[in-house]
Design a protein around this ligand. Structure first.
Ligand code: PLP
Length: 318
């Protein structure tokens, strides 16, 4: 059965997304040189991507049959691979072709598309990461969002957790990674506080980011987003580009928790959902409790930009 939310978002129904009893979403993956249904894409339990979180990845999205800002995702992915001293046999052009093929074969017009490079395994089971054969995996599954339709309309309820995001001196946050235990702990803290998602803090107690998103606040018409200890999100970068077009002022800066609660507007940003409003932080109502005017303008322009050929890459479906 398709719910009205899914119909309005033009997403496949839950039944279509989960086509087998092990809950694999409908989609197509590429690994070890082959295209496979999602339920057949499996890695060795010895892959260091699993055992040590020794991996980098990137997630792009396709909307109405077009990738959004694919070049920026590829730039970040290749920078991560280089910083982790990994090597792939595939060049950028190969990867673009693989990603497009995964989407085309999946048939999804709105898709969540992940590219992953794991450390892989060493053919001799050596513990030396230099001897590992790195592995490339890609997949396309239905588009998903941090915020559902109702939350997009009324704004998310967010809690600020005291959990500290892993410091940049331990793990470079510009390398998109699966070190999520802090974010998952933050999420459980948020649920315990009756909220829907979480913000965690950095080592100085400033706001960092949340499970899969960056955050912005607006005060007196000025926008700010944390500078330190966060993944430089592509959607965050897109907000800066949109602000430049709209004549809005946006900057990176340290933000203390009280400033989030006293902001005129708060929103979060992610490839999984775009620009998503926040109307409650802990016990505080943000602004008048409804989605703010700046947030709305940015959300509208963000989705309009999906039709701009300068920011999109067409998928050719069979
Ligand atoms: N921060 C973290 C920890 C993330 O995992 C993500 C996305 O998954 C983001 C921020 C948002 O980044 P982007 O806008 O590139 O999706």
């Amino acid at each position: 059965m398709t719910s009205s939310i899914e119909r309005q978002l033009d997403l496949p129904s839950v039944d279509e997304r989960h086509t087998d009893r092990r809950n694999y979403p409908h989609g197509v993956a590429f690994m070890d040189g082959q295209y496979l249904p999602m339920c057949e894409a499996k890695i060795s339990v010895l892959d260091w991507g699993l055992l040590h979180s020794d991996a980098t990845y990137d997630t792009a999205h396709v909307w109405n049959g077009k990738f959004f800002r694919l070049d920026l995702h590829l730039d970040r992915f290749f920078q991560g691979i280089e910083k982790l001293r990994m090597k792939l046999p595939n060049d950028r052009e190969d990867i673009v072709s693989i990603l497009k093929t995964c989407v085309a074969l999946s048939g999804h017009k709105s898709a969540y598309v992940e590219m992953i490079c794991t450390r892989g395994t060493s053919p001799t089971f050596s513990r030396d990461p230099r001897q590992a054969e790195n592995r490339f995996i890609a997949f396309a599954v239905p588009f998903g969002s941090v915020a559902n339709k109702e939350q997009m309309e009324r704004g998310l309820h967010v809690a600020i957790s005291e959990t500290v995001r892993i410091p940049p001196k331990s793990v470079d946050p510009s390398i998109k990674n699966y070190h999520w235990l802090d974010l998952v702990k933050g999420l459980f803290d948020a649920y315990d506080m009756g909220a829907e998602t979480a913000l965690v803090v950095d080592t100085s107690g400033h706001i960092a980011e949340g499970p899969g998103f960056n955050v912005f606040i607006a005060k007196g018409g000025y926008l700010r987003t944390p500078a330190f200890g966060v993944l430089p999100g592509i959607t965050r970068r897109t907000v800066f580009d949109l602000c430049a077009e709209l004549g809005l002022s946006a900057m990176t800066a340290d933000i203390i928790p009280a400033e989030v609660k006293q902001a005129d507007e708060v929103f979060i940003t992610s490839t999984a959902g775009g620009i998503m409003p926040v109307t409650r932080v802990d016990e505080a109502t943000i602004g008048n409790g409804r989605v703010g005017a700046i947030t709305r303008r940015l959300m509208d322009l963000y989705w309009e930009k999906h039709n701009d050929s300068a920011w999109s890459t067409e998928v050719i479906y069979p």
